[in-house]
Design a protein around this ligand. Structure first.
Ligand code: SF4
Ligand code: FES
Length: 332
């Protein structure tokens, strides 16, 4: 075991735990943001640098500070280590610079992007970004690519976090994907298209922290904050069948895997559950989804009402739309 102090809070963790995961065990604002690390994807992390922290004391044996800011997702804790996350102005300044760097080529198309409202980069930009860009060059551009008939790749939005390539590598059968090119010519290889035949390829959509990989069956159907997310499950032979249904009235607009407070999927779902069951009656509804992270989609308070009440409201809305009621709020 190793004792580590993060922003003044001491915790004992297993040897080999990274600073990021030690901070997650403490929880709260000291948890560094993460755009490329993904706990269930082996070898992820170390690409985006938003998780930088200051190691003010390396260990009890060697108390010297580490000379540079460290990527917390890739740095294991040492016994006696002292780390600064939000208590270091240097760290906050560095995160701001990383966000500015990530936004250099990222288009500011949140108003028309399906990921808006649940985009890690959008949330990060609100927290650490600045209102104006200093970048005067041309942003790089790419054609949109169809990855099969269900997934759309907007390479312009990609931050090259590699998560989707890890999904294709670790969850699908063959390594037929990758990132080609170098520097600002890097792009997701179109070989990734070959991974779409796999039953689990849709998980690339859920792991993408931005709107680079989107669900074509949901594109432009609704802003995510206008939907009601419901926990639901079905008996599935390929995956756990545990999903979130993003509904509007009786309509199921999207099916996604369930994510935790760090927006990470714990149980990947198959394409059949994701794309082929867009009818409520195909599912056993468990109840409203609790969104356990800072996000505009966590702002709906409908989850406090019981399902019965929710159903009545939906029924009234349907009646109203059919012209049978004068107002959706009038039970008569
Ligand atoms: S497409 Fe999305 S998941 Fe894939 S590398 Fe780009 S940002 Fe990451
Ligand atoms: S989350 Fe650590 S470098 Fe990306």
């Amino acid at each position: 075991m190793a004792k580590v102090t993060i922003d003044g809070i001491e915790i004992e963790v297993q040897d080999g735990t990274t600073i990021l995961n030690a901070a997650r065990q403490i929880g709260g604002d000291s948890v560094p943001p993460a755009m490329c690390y993904y706990s269930s994807l082996k070898d992820s992390g170390g690409k985006c640098r938003v998780c930088l922290v200051k190691v003010a004391q390396g260990s009890a044996k060697d108390p010297r500070p580490m000379p540079k800011l460290m990527a917390s997702c890739r740095t294991p804790v040492m016994d006696g280590m002292v780390v600064q996350s939000i208590t270091s102005p240097e760290v906050l300044e560095a995160r701001k610079s990383v966000v500015e760097f990530l936004l250099i080529n990222h288009p500011l198309d949140c108003p028309i992007c399906d990921q808006a409202g649940e985009c890690d980069l959008q949330n990060l930009a609100y927290k650490h970004g600045v209102g104006q860009t200093r970048y005067e060059e041309e942003k790089r551009t790419f054609e949109k690519i169809d990855i099969g008939d269900k997934i759309k790749l907007h390479m312009t939005r990609c931050i090259l976090c590699y998560r989707c390539t890890f999904v294709a590598n670790q969850i699908t059968d063959n390594r037929v994907h990758g990132i080609i090119g170098r520097g600002d010519a890097s792009e997701i290889s179109t070989y990734i298209q070959k991974a779409v035949d796999n039953d689990f390829s849709g998980n690339m959509i859920d792991v993408c922290p931005v709107g680079a990989l989107t669900d074509k069956t949901f594109r432009f159907k609704s802003r995510v904050w206008f939907t009601n997310p419901l926990d639901a499950h079905r008996d599935c032979k390929k995956c756990s069948g545990k999903v979130v249904l993003w509904t509007k009235g009786e309509e199921v607009l999207r099916v996604s895997a369930r994510t935790d407070q760090y927006n990470e999927v714990k149980e990947f779902i198959c394409n059949e559950c994701r794309f082929d069951h867009k009818i409520k009656s195909d599912w056993i509804i468990e109840g409203p989804r609790h969104i356990d992270r800072h996000s505009v989609i966590a702002q709906n308070h409908y989850e406090k009402s019981d399902l019965q009440k929710l159903k009545k409201e939906i029924d009234r809305q349907i009646e109203f739309e059919k012209g049978k009621l004068l107002s959706p709020n009038n039970p008569g």
